[in-house]
Write a protein that binds this ligand. Structure first.
Ligand SMILES: [Zn+2]
Ligand SMILES: [Zn+2]
Length: 343
Protein backbone atom coordinates (compact mmCIF):
# COMPACT_ATOMS: atom_id res chain seq x y z
CA UNK A 1 0.00 0.00 0.00
CA UNK A 2 1.00 3.63 -0.41
CA UNK A 3 1.97 5.56 2.73
CA UNK A 4 3.82 8.72 3.69
CA UNK A 5 6.63 8.01 6.14
CA UNK A 6 8.33 10.77 8.13
CA UNK A 7 12.01 9.97 7.64
CA UNK A 8 13.45 13.05 9.32
CA UNK A 9 11.65 15.83 11.24
CA UNK A 10 12.87 19.37 10.71
CA UNK A 11 12.18 22.85 9.39
CA UNK A 12 11.78 21.12 6.04
CA UNK A 13 10.94 17.55 7.06
CA UNK A 14 12.02 14.66 4.88
CA UNK A 15 9.06 12.54 3.83
CA UNK A 16 8.95 9.39 1.79
CA UNK A 17 5.87 8.39 -0.25
CA UNK A 18 6.45 4.68 -0.56
CA UNK A 19 4.93 1.23 -0.92
CA UNK A 20 4.83 -0.80 2.29
CA UNK A 21 3.05 -4.06 3.19
CA UNK A 22 -0.63 -3.78 4.13
CA UNK A 23 -1.29 -4.25 7.85
CA UNK A 24 -2.75 -7.58 8.97
CA UNK A 25 -5.56 -7.60 11.53
CA UNK A 26 -6.14 -9.37 14.84
CA UNK A 27 -9.46 -10.93 15.83
CA UNK A 28 -10.74 -7.71 17.46
CA UNK A 29 -9.63 -5.42 14.64
CA UNK A 30 -10.92 -3.93 11.42
CA UNK A 31 -8.97 -3.31 8.25
CA UNK A 32 -10.09 -0.02 6.76
CA UNK A 33 -9.37 1.66 3.46
CA UNK A 34 -8.63 5.26 4.40
CA UNK A 35 -11.14 7.55 2.64
CA UNK A 36 -9.96 10.81 4.16
CA UNK A 37 -7.48 12.05 6.76
CA UNK A 38 -7.24 15.50 8.35
CA UNK A 39 -3.93 17.36 8.71
CA UNK A 40 -3.74 18.43 12.36
CA UNK A 41 -1.38 20.85 14.08
CA UNK A 42 -0.22 17.79 16.05
CA UNK A 43 1.10 16.24 12.82
CA UNK A 44 2.78 19.53 11.95
CA UNK A 45 4.52 19.65 15.35
CA UNK A 46 5.81 16.09 14.99
CA UNK A 47 7.00 16.87 11.47
CA UNK A 48 8.91 19.98 12.53
CA UNK A 49 10.51 18.13 15.44
CA UNK A 50 8.71 19.90 18.32
CA UNK A 51 6.85 16.78 19.50
CA UNK A 52 9.14 13.80 19.93
CA UNK A 53 7.98 11.81 22.97
CA UNK A 54 6.46 8.43 22.10
CA UNK A 55 7.14 8.78 18.38
CA UNK A 56 8.72 5.67 16.81
CA UNK A 57 11.27 5.95 14.04
CA UNK A 58 9.82 6.35 10.53
CA UNK A 59 6.29 7.10 11.79
CA UNK A 60 3.17 7.24 9.63
CA UNK A 61 1.21 10.15 11.09
CA UNK A 62 -2.46 11.15 10.87
CA UNK A 63 -5.06 10.64 13.63
CA UNK A 64 -8.13 12.22 11.99
CA UNK A 65 -9.33 9.30 9.92
CA UNK A 66 -12.42 8.21 8.05
CA UNK A 67 -12.31 4.80 6.41
CA UNK A 68 -14.37 2.02 4.90
CA UNK A 69 -14.21 -1.43 6.49
CA UNK A 70 -12.87 -3.95 4.00
CA UNK A 71 -12.06 -6.80 6.40
CA UNK A 72 -12.96 -7.64 10.00
CA UNK A 73 -11.73 -10.00 12.69
CA UNK A 74 -13.95 -12.81 13.96
CA UNK A 75 -14.57 -11.10 17.33
CA UNK A 76 -15.82 -7.87 15.77
CA UNK A 77 -19.45 -7.13 16.60
CA UNK A 78 -21.81 -4.41 15.37
CA UNK A 79 -19.62 -3.27 12.48
CA UNK A 80 -19.63 -4.76 9.00
CA UNK A 81 -17.66 -4.78 5.78
CA UNK A 82 -18.67 -1.73 3.73
CA UNK A 83 -19.48 0.42 6.79
CA UNK A 84 -17.78 3.79 7.03
CA UNK A 85 -16.18 4.63 10.36
CA UNK A 86 -14.26 7.42 12.04
CA UNK A 87 -11.48 6.42 14.42
CA UNK A 88 -11.01 7.56 18.00
CA UNK A 89 -7.54 8.89 18.82
CA UNK A 90 -6.22 5.77 20.58
CA UNK A 91 -6.04 2.09 19.71
CA UNK A 92 -7.90 1.05 22.87
CA UNK A 93 -8.31 -2.43 24.34
CA UNK A 94 -11.97 -2.19 25.33
CA UNK A 95 -11.46 -4.21 28.51
CA UNK A 96 -9.40 -2.12 30.95
CA UNK A 97 -10.99 0.03 33.66
CA UNK A 98 -10.64 3.22 31.59
CA UNK A 99 -12.22 1.67 28.50
CA UNK A 100 -15.04 0.21 30.60
CA UNK A 101 -15.82 3.66 32.00
CA UNK A 102 -16.13 5.40 28.62
CA UNK A 103 -12.56 6.71 28.76
CA UNK A 104 -11.23 4.88 25.69
CA UNK A 105 -8.87 7.78 24.99
CA UNK A 106 -7.16 7.11 28.34
CA UNK A 107 -6.94 3.31 27.77
CA UNK A 108 -4.33 1.74 30.07
CA UNK A 109 -3.05 -0.31 27.13
CA UNK A 110 -3.74 2.33 24.50
CA UNK A 111 -1.42 3.60 21.80
CA UNK A 112 -2.06 6.88 20.01
CA UNK A 113 -3.13 6.41 16.40
CA UNK A 114 -0.78 8.35 14.13
CA UNK A 115 1.55 8.92 17.07
CA UNK A 116 2.77 5.71 18.74
CA UNK A 117 1.17 3.49 16.10
CA UNK A 118 0.49 3.74 12.37
CA UNK A 119 -1.82 6.57 11.39
CA UNK A 120 -4.07 7.51 8.52
CA UNK A 121 -1.52 8.94 6.10
CA UNK A 122 -1.62 5.58 4.34
CA UNK A 123 -3.93 3.62 2.08
CA UNK A 124 -5.00 1.10 4.74
CA UNK A 125 -5.07 0.92 8.53
CA UNK A 126 -5.81 -1.75 11.16
CA UNK A 127 -8.12 -0.37 13.87
CA UNK A 128 -9.38 -1.89 17.13
CA UNK A 129 -13.14 -2.31 16.94
CA UNK A 130 -13.36 -0.37 20.20
CA UNK A 131 -11.74 2.62 18.48
CA UNK A 132 -14.15 2.86 15.56
CA UNK A 133 -17.45 4.74 15.35
CA UNK A 134 -20.00 4.16 12.59
CA UNK A 135 -20.70 7.23 10.42
CA UNK A 136 -24.27 7.84 9.25
CA UNK A 137 -25.07 8.35 5.57
CA UNK A 138 -25.61 12.13 5.82
CA UNK A 139 -22.00 12.84 6.88
CA UNK A 140 -19.73 12.86 3.82
CA UNK A 141 -16.36 11.12 4.00
CA UNK A 142 -14.51 14.39 3.35
CA UNK A 143 -15.67 15.89 6.63
CA UNK A 144 -16.17 12.70 8.66
CA UNK A 145 -12.44 12.48 9.38
CA UNK A 146 -12.78 15.66 11.49
CA UNK A 147 -15.40 14.21 13.87
CA UNK A 148 -13.04 13.08 16.65
CA UNK A 149 -10.32 15.70 16.28
CA UNK A 150 -11.00 18.61 16.03
CA UNK A 151 -14.80 18.39 16.55
CA UNK A 152 -14.95 15.89 19.44
CA UNK A 153 -11.95 17.54 21.09
CA UNK A 154 -13.79 20.86 21.02
CA UNK A 155 -17.01 19.35 22.34
CA UNK A 156 -15.22 17.71 25.27
CA UNK A 157 -13.57 21.04 26.16
CA UNK A 158 -16.86 22.93 26.05
CA UNK A 159 -18.97 20.32 27.86
CA UNK A 160 -17.19 18.03 30.33
CA UNK A 161 -14.31 20.42 31.01
CA UNK A 162 -16.04 23.81 31.21
CA UNK A 163 -19.68 22.87 31.70
CA UNK A 164 -20.64 25.90 29.67
CA UNK A 165 -24.18 27.32 29.78
CA UNK A 166 -26.27 29.09 27.14
CA UNK A 167 -25.56 32.79 27.40
CA UNK A 168 -21.96 32.29 28.57
CA UNK A 169 -19.37 34.43 26.81
CA UNK A 170 -16.55 32.48 25.21
CA UNK A 171 -13.38 33.73 23.52
CA UNK A 172 -11.49 31.39 21.19
CA UNK A 173 -7.89 32.01 20.16
CA UNK A 174 -6.70 30.67 16.83
CA UNK A 175 -10.31 30.94 15.68
CA UNK A 176 -9.55 30.49 11.98
CA UNK A 177 -7.39 27.40 12.50
CA UNK A 178 -8.65 23.86 12.13
CA UNK A 179 -9.39 23.46 15.83
CA UNK A 180 -10.57 26.97 16.73
CA UNK A 181 -12.96 27.27 13.81
CA UNK A 182 -14.88 24.23 15.04
CA UNK A 183 -14.68 25.16 18.74
CA UNK A 184 -16.17 28.56 17.88
CA UNK A 185 -19.09 27.03 15.99
CA UNK A 186 -19.75 24.50 18.76
CA UNK A 187 -19.79 27.28 21.38
CA UNK A 188 -22.24 29.20 19.19
CA UNK A 189 -24.41 26.08 18.79
CA UNK A 190 -24.51 25.79 22.59
CA UNK A 191 -25.99 29.28 22.83
CA UNK A 192 -22.83 31.14 23.85
CA UNK A 193 -21.76 34.64 22.83
CA UNK A 194 -18.56 34.06 20.88
CA UNK A 195 -15.43 36.16 20.41
CA UNK A 196 -13.14 34.71 17.74
CA UNK A 197 -9.53 35.87 17.89
CA UNK A 198 -7.42 35.64 14.75
CA UNK A 199 -4.08 37.05 13.66
CA UNK A 200 -5.14 37.11 9.98
CA UNK A 201 -7.09 40.15 8.83
CA UNK A 202 -8.10 38.36 5.63
CA UNK A 203 -9.99 35.69 7.60
CA UNK A 204 -12.24 38.03 9.60
CA UNK A 205 -15.14 38.15 7.13
CA UNK A 206 -15.14 34.36 6.69
CA UNK A 207 -15.34 33.94 10.47
CA UNK A 208 -18.27 36.36 10.66
CA UNK A 209 -20.02 34.36 7.93
CA UNK A 210 -19.77 31.27 10.15
CA UNK A 211 -21.91 33.07 12.71
CA UNK A 212 -19.41 34.21 15.34
CA UNK A 213 -20.71 37.21 17.28
CA UNK A 214 -17.43 39.14 17.38
CA UNK A 215 -14.12 38.68 15.60
CA UNK A 216 -11.03 40.36 17.03
CA UNK A 217 -7.76 40.84 15.18
CA UNK A 218 -4.82 40.10 17.45
CA UNK A 219 -1.64 42.04 16.82
CA UNK A 220 1.70 42.65 18.48
CA UNK A 221 0.71 46.28 19.12
CA UNK A 222 -2.42 45.69 21.18
CA UNK A 223 -3.22 42.78 23.51
CA UNK A 224 -6.57 41.28 22.51
CA UNK A 225 -7.51 41.22 26.19
CA UNK A 226 -7.68 45.03 26.05
CA UNK A 227 -10.24 44.79 23.25
CA UNK A 228 -12.26 42.10 25.03
CA UNK A 229 -12.32 44.10 28.26
CA UNK A 230 -13.41 47.19 26.32
CA UNK A 231 -16.18 45.25 24.55
CA UNK A 232 -17.49 43.76 27.81
CA UNK A 233 -17.48 46.93 29.94
CA UNK A 234 -14.38 45.67 31.77
CA UNK A 235 -16.12 42.50 32.90
CA UNK A 236 -14.27 40.00 30.70
CA UNK A 237 -15.49 36.68 29.32
CA UNK A 238 -16.62 33.58 31.21
CA UNK A 239 -14.43 31.17 29.26
CA UNK A 240 -11.38 31.36 27.03
CA UNK A 241 -10.59 28.35 24.86
CA UNK A 242 -6.95 28.78 23.95
CA UNK A 243 -5.87 26.93 20.83
CA UNK A 244 -2.58 28.84 20.54
CA UNK A 245 -0.85 28.49 23.91
CA UNK A 246 2.17 30.29 25.33
CA UNK A 247 2.13 33.23 22.90
CA UNK A 248 -1.31 34.37 24.06
CA UNK A 249 -1.43 32.88 27.56
CA UNK A 250 -1.11 36.15 29.45
CA UNK A 251 -3.70 37.86 27.26
CA UNK A 252 -6.07 34.89 27.70
CA UNK A 253 -5.83 35.22 31.50
CA UNK A 254 -6.42 38.98 31.30
CA UNK A 255 -9.51 38.43 29.12
CA UNK A 256 -11.35 36.46 31.80
CA UNK A 257 -14.10 37.67 34.10
CA UNK A 258 -13.96 36.83 37.81
CA UNK A 259 -14.47 33.07 38.28
CA UNK A 260 -13.60 32.63 34.60
CA UNK A 261 -12.07 29.51 33.11
CA UNK A 262 -9.15 29.24 30.73
CA UNK A 263 -9.05 25.93 28.89
CA UNK A 264 -5.80 25.19 27.12
CA UNK A 265 -6.41 23.15 23.97
CA UNK A 266 -3.19 23.74 22.10
CA UNK A 267 0.43 24.82 22.38
CA UNK A 268 1.96 25.87 19.10
CA UNK A 269 5.13 27.48 20.35
CA UNK A 270 6.77 25.00 22.75
CA UNK A 271 7.72 28.06 24.82
CA UNK A 272 7.33 29.23 28.40
CA UNK A 273 4.37 31.44 29.29
CA UNK A 274 4.41 34.38 31.65
CA UNK A 275 1.44 35.37 33.73
CA UNK A 276 0.75 37.57 36.72
CA UNK A 277 -0.30 35.02 39.37
CA UNK A 278 -2.17 37.68 41.35
CA UNK A 279 -4.66 37.85 38.48
CA UNK A 280 -5.48 34.17 38.96
CA UNK A 281 -5.57 34.42 42.74
CA UNK A 282 -7.69 37.50 43.26
CA UNK A 283 -10.16 36.82 40.46
CA UNK A 284 -10.72 33.14 41.35
CA UNK A 285 -9.70 31.92 37.91
CA UNK A 286 -9.47 28.30 36.82
CA UNK A 287 -6.87 27.12 34.31
CA UNK A 288 -7.18 23.63 32.89
CA UNK A 289 -5.80 21.60 30.02
CA UNK A 290 -7.92 19.34 27.83
CA UNK A 291 -6.98 16.75 25.22
CA UNK A 292 -8.73 13.98 23.38
CA UNK A 293 -12.38 13.08 22.94
CA UNK A 294 -14.69 10.31 24.04
CA UNK A 295 -17.12 8.35 21.90
CA UNK A 296 -20.03 10.44 23.20
CA UNK A 297 -18.35 13.64 21.98
CA UNK A 298 -18.06 12.24 18.46
CA UNK A 299 -21.74 11.26 18.55
CA UNK A 300 -22.62 14.77 19.72
CA UNK A 301 -20.65 16.16 16.76
CA UNK A 302 -22.67 13.99 14.37
CA UNK A 303 -25.83 15.33 16.00
CA UNK A 304 -24.73 18.96 15.55
CA UNK A 305 -24.03 18.35 11.85
CA UNK A 306 -27.40 16.62 11.43
CA UNK A 307 -29.16 19.66 12.91
CA UNK A 308 -27.12 22.06 10.76
CA UNK A 309 -25.56 23.63 13.86
CA UNK A 310 -22.02 22.82 12.77
CA UNK A 311 -20.43 23.15 9.35
CA UNK A 312 -17.06 21.37 9.26
CA UNK A 313 -14.61 23.64 7.45
CA UNK A 314 -12.22 22.05 4.98
CA UNK A 315 -9.61 24.47 3.62
CA UNK A 316 -8.98 22.21 0.66
CA UNK A 317 -8.56 18.57 -0.31
CA UNK A 318 -5.14 17.34 -1.36
CA UNK A 319 -3.77 13.98 -2.46
CA UNK A 320 -1.72 12.33 0.28
CA UNK A 321 1.51 12.70 -1.66
CA UNK A 322 1.19 16.50 -1.15
CA UNK A 323 1.70 16.31 2.63
CA UNK A 324 4.78 18.54 2.41
CA UNK A 325 2.76 21.22 0.59
CA UNK A 326 0.20 21.13 3.41
CA UNK A 327 3.06 21.46 5.92
CA UNK A 328 4.27 24.60 4.13
CA UNK A 329 0.81 26.18 4.09
CA UNK A 330 0.32 25.55 7.81
CA UNK A 331 3.76 27.00 8.53
CA UNK A 332 2.82 30.15 6.63
CA UNK A 333 -0.50 30.39 8.49
CA UNK A 334 -2.40 30.24 5.20
CA UNK A 335 -5.13 27.84 6.28
CA UNK A 336 -8.78 28.50 7.05
CA UNK A 337 -10.04 25.26 8.59
CA UNK A 338 -8.52 21.85 7.96
CA UNK A 339 -6.65 20.39 5.03
CA UNK A 340 -8.04 16.94 4.27
CA UNK A 341 -6.12 14.30 2.36
CA UNK A 342 -8.22 12.16 0.07
CA UNK A 343 -6.89 10.32 -2.96
ZN1 LIG B 1 -6.02 16.38 15.42
ZN1 LIG C 1 -8.36 -0.10 27.52
Amino acid sequence: MKAVVLKQPGTVPILSYIDIPEPSIKSDELLIKVLSAGFCRHDFLVMNGTLRRGIPSDPILGHEICGEIIEKGEEVENLNIGDRIVTLLTQSCGTCEQCQSDNEHRCENGIGIGHGSQGGFAEFLAVKQNSAILIPEFVSSDIACLLTCPIGVGIQALTDITNIKPGSSVAITGASGGLGIHVAQIAKAMGCYTFGITSSEGKISSLMELGLDEVILSSDDLEFSEIIQAMTADIGVDVVIDCVGSKYFSSCVSSLASNGKLILLGELGNAKAQVNLAEILFRDLTIKGSTGARRKHVLKGIDLIKNDLLRPVVHTKLPLKDLLIAFGWMKENKLFGRIVFAD
